[in-house]
Design a protein around this ligand. Structure first.
Ligand SMILES: *[C@@H]1O[C@H](CO)[C@@H](O)[C@H](O)[C@H]1NC(C)=O
Ligand SMILES: *[C@@H]1O[C@H](CO)[C@@H](O)[C@H](O)[C@H]1NC(C)=O
Ligand SMILES: *[C@@H]1O[C@H](CO)[C@@H](O)[C@H](O)[C@H]1NC(C)=O
Ligand SMILES: *[C@@H]1O[C@H](CO)[C@@H](O)[C@H](O)[C@H]1NC(C)=O
Ligand SMILES: *[C@@H]1O[C@H](CO)[C@@H](O)[C@H](O)[C@H]1NC(C)=O
Ligand SMILES: *[C@@H]1O[C@H](CO)[C@@H](O)[C@H](O)[C@H]1NC(C)=O
Ligand SMILES: *[C@@H]1O[C@H](CO)[C@@H](O)[C@H](O)[C@H]1NC(C)=O
Ligand SMILES: *[C@@H]1O[C@H](CO)[C@@H](O)[C@H](O)[C@H]1NC(C)=O
Length: 340
């Protein structure tokens, strides 16, 4: 009886505090080496890239922690053999999984340059049914940022939403259109050269069973919440204002999505950057440019100040207090990934 009353009380408290999360990970500088795996896989999006393993990335200084920063870059010194592998770069895959959570990325610099296709995103389970959330993504310096969901069937977004960005496609189903249901952010400082010139900023994502929301605050935005700036031990997303992108569950069963982990990758050309390369006003062809102009990639790097992850309990999945979410299909997803 007592227990029933207590759990009733607790469930009331939990729902009353929806929007309040506890920090489960605080990743700064060399912590990145413990929090991520280096995936030396062939690029599922057919990029002109060679994803290096951790030992190679460290040896070549492609991933380095210095002064409480973490840098992820591509090679910028090698003229490539056209018959050999692509430009050395890195794809990081987070070791933890999350269902209901918030992730805050404090980014000082992101990869820029013709041919680049950087992304900070999350996915898990069997693609696409397990779901994919692209938080920060774009190609060939063509801002602003595009935040996108990819899903299995029966997942679409309403035309009118509470967001500052501009909705593109409504259907998230990857089999209908591999573009997914994207939202183009309102701020030019959300991507590429203007992002870097402004000292970067903060990206945040909240995933619940009811919605996925993405916020962006440029470095000089005085409206950035204090808990975000500080990487506080608790955050309250109710105080964060209108999101840049809002993906509600009206016609999409987000509760059925798999637990996700964080992925950070930098590829070149491939299914998106390569396809729109000429339209982006870039020189030569994408592959020739990437092969022959190493110094053009000197600014193709991420510099992270921190990543903070928050869950309801302060622990990663499955200890996050959620129920009813199907466990991820461990096999296969890393290679079935595909997106234009
Ligand atoms: C990089 O990230 C994007 C996320 O949008 C993903 O679609 C793409 O497959 C990834 N590319 C590589 C090469 O990992
Ligand atoms: C490509 O990456 C692999 C795995 O890290 C590495 O062993 C190899 O040396 C790289 N290739 C080149 C040409 O650098
Ligand atoms: C590795 O990269 C860091 C950060 O950019 C830089 O400070 C350092 O000098 C580099 N080391 C080498 C050997 O290039
Ligand atoms: C999608 O919706 C259709 C029509 O309601 C239904 O027949 C189908 O089973 C659903 N597919 C999935 C994968 O849920
Ligand atoms: C887009 O950003 C501009 C400049 O920051 C702002 O004035 C405008 O209200 C924003 N639009 C929306 C829909 O929030
Ligand atoms: C997919 O969506 C894009 C817009 O994001 C559109 O340009 C393209 O025509 C669509 N393709 C199909 C096959 O509907
Ligand atoms: C959205 O999520 C809430 C809470 O999980 C659930 O009660 C509601 O039925 C969902 N809406 C739809 C349309 O599935
Ligand atoms: C995260 O999920 C993957 C499968 O998607 C699984 O292999 C891995 O063990 C999970 N990690 C944790 C910490 O639960």
């Amino acid at each position: 009886m007592k227990g029933a009353v207590l759990s009733l009380f607790l469930s009331f408290v939990t729902s009353a505090l929806a929007g309040t999360y506890k920090r489960s990970e605080h990743i700064v500088g060399k912590d990145f080496f413990n929090a991520f795996d280096w995936l030396a896989i062939s690029d599922p999006t057919h990029g002109r890239v060679n994803y290096t393993d951790e030992a190679t990335a460290r040896e070549l200084n492609l991933t380095v922690a210095a002064h409480k920063k973490f840098i992820l870059r591509s090679d910028d010194t090698t003229v490539l053999d056209p018959d050999g592998p692509g430009r050395n770069s890195v794809r990081l895959s987070g070791k933890n999984n999350y269902t209901i959570h918030v992730a805050v990325f404090d980014i000082a610099h992101m990869p820029q340059g013709c041919g680049t296709w950087p992304a900070v995103w999350e996915f898990g389970g069997t693609w696409p049914n397990g779901g994919e959330t692209d938080i920060l993504e774009g190609v060939n310096d063509q801002g602003p940022d595009q935040s996108t969901l990819h899903s299995g069937p029966n997942c679409s977004m309403p035309a009118v939403r509470h967001e500052t960005g501009t909705a593109l496609l409504q259907d998230c189903n990857a089999d209908e259109n591999s573009s997914g249901c994207g939202v183009r952010l309102n701020q030019t400082t959300s991507y590429g050269i203007p992002f870097n010139a402004n000292g970067g900023g903060w990206y945040a994502m909240e995933r619940t069973e009811d919605f996925i929301r993405i916020w962006f605050w440029p470095r000089d935005d005085h409206r950035v919440p204090h808990d975000v700036v500080k990487g506080a031990k608790k955050v309250d997303t109710n105080d964060w204002g209108i999101p840049a992108a809002d993906f509600p569950n009206d016609s999409c069963d987000l509760a059925d999505w798999a637990p996700h982990s964080i992925i950070i990758n930098l590829t070149f050309c491939g299914d998106w950057a390569g396809a729109v390369y000429a339209d982006s006003g870039c020189p030569s062809t994408c592959i020739d440019y990437v092969n022959n102009n190493p110094s053009a990639f000197s600014d193709a790097f991420f510099e992270f100040n921190s990543i903070n992850v928050y869950t309801l309990t302060g622990h990663p999945y499955p200890n996050d207090g959620t129920t009813g979410i199907t466990s991820p299909d461990v096999a296969g997803n890393q290679i079935s990934l595909n997106q234009v």
